[in-house]
Design a protein around this ligand. Structure first.
Ligand code: KG4
Ligand code: ZN
Length: 335
């Protein structure tokens, strides 16, 4: 019988551990680091320290919740790239120590590929090939997945990521970090057509968000000159209009890729796929063009170890192991 796989995610500000057995997730424990909120963004050094504090209790809880023990493990997976270097190293060193002491395979996982493969945790999972829109705090990508081992980037952002746009605009609106979920909340109370913002377009299936952020900044500066209380009075309408603009920007190249590739299965991934407006727009896109839509459960959209576990499990099946001396990488090299 197969032995369980332990996966660890520590690339940014969530310390998470998950147990996977025969491709099924038995547990997924996530410790979110609240320490960053007062700084308006993730502070790398504080993230590393919090991972150090969290990692043992989080792994212990994941083992307990899955009804297994450390000695029973058959493999250990961890996020190898991309992410904050100090944060990645905490998970990597923990995983390497376990691999060495238990003499079990070590499996380094690419965080962005894992976001895409989080869709395989759906019941039923999407069929291959599928086209995935990955939208997170650091990345915006259109990925063509022909198998769990073959993921190709068709397009991506040339500047800010969608999540970054949400967070930076939220900051302009005096909302705390991470502002994406708060814009989502406020958007429910506002009119998406109240204000018009720039929708930058770039060639191919690529994205640009920096123009939108500047457009919102100038708009707010102008309005505040006329009414210093503008943001407070119109926050819901601004949030609804910003969210609707980001969704329109996201869907344009994705729809183009979907129609030009003729792929009939589309997926969402990454933290921003928790956005209620984007989920609704995606469902609508599926209905309109008669393609199947897969969106991960909320808990598998934002950073979590279950997506590292399922990705690591597929790598395990193909004996795609990582040597102990393999370094982590802050960058997103895709190979
Ligand atoms: O994938 P993720 O958890 O971390 C990265 O790998 O970046 O994504 C985090 C991003 C943040 O920018 C956050 O504001 C955004 O996802 N986010 C949302 C929502 N929930 C999380 N953005 C818009 N609406 C949401 N409901
Ligand atoms: Zn992520």
């Amino acid at each position: 019988m197969e032995r369980p796989l332990l996966a660890i995610e520590s690339s940014c500000d969530e310390t998470s551990a998950s147990i996977c057995l025969e491709g099924k997730i038995l547990s997924n424990i996530i410790a979110t680091q609240d320490v960053h909120a007062r700084y308006g963004g993730v502070v790398p050094e504080l993230a590393s320290r919090a991972h150090m504090e969290n990692i043992v209790p989080v792994v212990r809880e994941a083992l307990m919740a899955a009804g297994t023990s450390i000695g029973a493990l058959g493999a250990v997976a961890y996020t190898r790239s991309p992410g904050l270097m100090g944060a990645l190293l905490v998970g990597a060193q923990f995983a390497k120590s376990l691999s060495l002491s238990l003499q079990i395979p070590l499996i380094g996982v690419h965080h962005m590929k894992a976001h895409v493969l989080a869709n395989l945790l759906n019941e039923p999972p999407p069929d291959f090939p599928f086209l995935c829109l990955t939208v997170s705090g650091g990345h915006t990508q259109i990925v063509l997945a022909t198998s769990p081992y073959d993921l190709k980037i068709l397009g991506q952002t040339i500047d800010d990521a969608a999540g970054e746009a949400f967070d930076k605009i939220a900051k302009l609106l005096e909302l705390p970090y991470p502002g994406g979920p708060l814009i989502d909340k406020w958007a429910h109370l506002g009119n998406p057509d109240a204000f018009v913002f720039a929708k930058p377009q770039v060639p191919g299936y690529n994205y640009s968000f920096s123009g939108l952020k500047t457009s919102v900044l100038y708009f707010l500066q102008q309005q505040q000159k006329l009414d210093p209380d503008f943001i407070h009075k119109y926050r819901a309408d601004i949030c609804a209009s910003v969210q609707s603009t980001i969704i329109k920007i996201l869907l344009r190249p994705f729809k183009k890729a979907m129609l030009e590739t003729g792929i009939k299965q589309i997926c969402l991934a990454g933290g921003v796929s928790a956005n209620s407006g984007l989920r609704a727009a995606f469902a609508d896109l599926g209905k309109r063009y008669q393609v199947n839509v897969s969106v991960p459960d909320m808990v598998y959209c934002t950073d979590n170890a279950a997506m590292i576990a399922i990705s690591g499990w597929y790598q395990w099946k193909q004996q795609l192991f990582t040597p102990l001396d393999s370094p982590c990488s802050a960058r997103s090299e895709w190979a």
